[in-house]
Structure formats: C-alpha cells, structure tokens
Design a protein around this ligand. Structure first.
Ligand code: ADP
Ligand code: MG
Length: 262
C-alpha cells in the first residue's frame, strides 16, 4: 500500500549517514497530571547532523523544553524512538541515561546555575568529577574550556564578580568540559540584555565553527537568525524546518550595536 499520509511531520527521508548526531522518530510525550493527560509532543521526527547549529522556536507551551529534555536524556519519550549517535536510548533507564548524558551532552540553561562560592575555574571543572580522570587532567580540561569561551583571565573570579554574560560563558565552559558531542541550550540568552545576548551567539558560532553541534531554544527571532537552521514548534509538532542560507556573523553585528556604556 502506498503511504497516503505525507504530513509535515512524516519521518525524515534524508538518507542516514554516520554524521547524524540526533534522530527522533515519531516521538510522543504525555504528562500525567492527576486526572488529566497533557499531550506535549505529538509525533516529532527530526534529524540533526554533526556540525549543525539549530534554533528551536515556537510559542510558550508548544513543546520546546520537552523536546530538549528528551534530546538531553533528562527524560524519555512516551513512544517513538530517539537515536543519539546511532544508539537507541529511548528505553534506557535513569542510570544509563545519566551515563550517556554525562558523556555526550552539554547543557546551558537560562539561569546560569553557577555555585556562588566557587570560582569560574572550579565551576567549570564540576562535571569532570564524575569522569574517571585525574586532578591534573580535570584542571587542564577546565582551563581549556574557559579559554574556548574567552574567559582565561576570569578563572579565579567568583560569579558575583562577573557580569551576566561572563557568568553565562562560564556555564557554557562547564557544559563543554566533558567534550560532549552536542551542546543543548534552552533560552541561553533569556536573562541577558541584547548586546550580551549577541556576545553569547558569537561564542556559539565560534564553537560551531570548530565542529560542535548545537541545538538552542529561543523565542527571539534576532537570536535565532544566528543559527544555520530553524525548527518551529506548534502544539507539540514541528511545523516548519528552514535552513538559514547566510546567517549573519555575531562578531560583525556586535560592531554595529550600542553597548550599555554608550
Ligand atoms: P515550551 O518549552 O515550548 O514552553 P514545554 O515543553 O515546557 O513547552 O511544555 C509543553 C506542554 O507540556 C505544556 O502544555 C506544558 O504545560 C506541559 N508540561 C511541560 N512539562 C510538564 C510537566 N512536568 N508536567 C505536566 N505538564 C508539563
Ligand atoms: Mg520552555
């Protein structure tokens, strides 16, 4: 029988290569809330290649965070499959998900979630405590990660001694310290002024140039434009999937933006 139902969310037809980092197949997610059942994802199929920089957009409640939590192995789909670097993790238990998450995923959230009485370097080092590596190697990885986000000269600063943008860059360094395959960011610029937000996009574009795959939720078109691809969610489905042909360089845009001191 021929496939009669070619909906916008039909499973991706692009041939799978070894470069697929993320593949979701008809994912549904239900939340049970007492008597009611929320159908948060309603058949989400997507494929993300290594080296992509994807912005996820959509109204509040459209399922963006639910999708990100599944991609990040913080939660499991109710049905459908999720393959992370070719491995089906949809049936993994919590312990196995935590292991995979620690090896393959870096997370950045809207709030920076840094420890207050802990320096930038120590904050960055935290996720390495679970990895089986010695102290010197941990320190080296944290130092390298801080350098990647341009914060070498702030290594000994405490969060209260840094700007919001610097704190978010520490959070990005911390997300990178275990050398993940993919960086997931849920509204990473939500708490930042527009100039600082574009500075974070400069960091993301730099990391993406170095080959890091990035998926970022944002509700701001001005921020989404820096990605190479935009997925738009509505009512738990992907309604649009667009390639951005020539994204502006954040570093160039910054030169045209007034700073807070101006
Ligand atoms: P977005 O990030 O796009 O704002 P979410 O993925 O957070 O959307 O939410 C999608 C839907 O699922 C919403 O209707 C929301 O209320 C519901 N939802 C999200 N998380 C939970 C939860 N832990 N328990 C119950 N319902 C939830
Ligand atoms: Mg959300």
């Amino acid at each position: 029988m021929q496939a009669a139902n070619q909906s916008e969310t039909a499973p991706p037809t692009r041939a799978s290569t070894g470069n697929v980092v993320i593949r979701t197949e008809d994912i549904h997610k239900y939340y049970e809330l007492g008597e009611t059942r929320v159908h948060a994802l309603r058949g989400v199929s997507a494929e993300i290649q290594r080296g992509e920089f994807v912005a996820v957009m959509g109204a509040s409640g459209s399922g963006k965070s639910t999708f990100m939590n599944i991609l990040g192995c913080l939660d499991r789909p109710s049905s459908g499959r999720y393959l992370l670097e070719g491995i089906d993790v949809s049936q993994h238990d919590k312990r196995k998900l935590a292991l995979i998450r620690n090896q393959k995923i870096g997370f950045v959230f809207q709030g920076f979630n840094l420890l207050a009485r802990t320096t930038a370097l120590e904050n960055t080092e935290l996720p390495t405590l679970y990895a089986k590596i010695d102290k010197a190697e941990r320190r080296k990885r944290a130092t390298d990660a801080l350098a990647l986000v341009g914060l070498t000269d702030r290594a000994e600063h405490f969060p209260s001694q840094m700007s919001g943008g610097q704190q978010q860059r520490v959070a990005v360094a911390r997300a990178l310290v275990n050398r993940p395959s993919i960086l997931l960011a849920d509204e990473p610029t939500g708490n930042l002024d527009s100039h600082t937000a574009v500075e974070i996009m400069e960091v993301f574009q730099d990391l993406n140039d170095r080959g890091l795959s990035i998926v970022m939720v944002t509700h701001e078109p001005d921020i989404a434009q820096f990605a190479k691809r935009v997925l738009v969610f509505r009512d738990g489905k992907i309604r649009k999937d667009e390639t951005v042909l020539d994204p502006p360089r954040a570093a160039e845009v910054l030169k045209t933006m007034p700073t807070l001191e101006d």
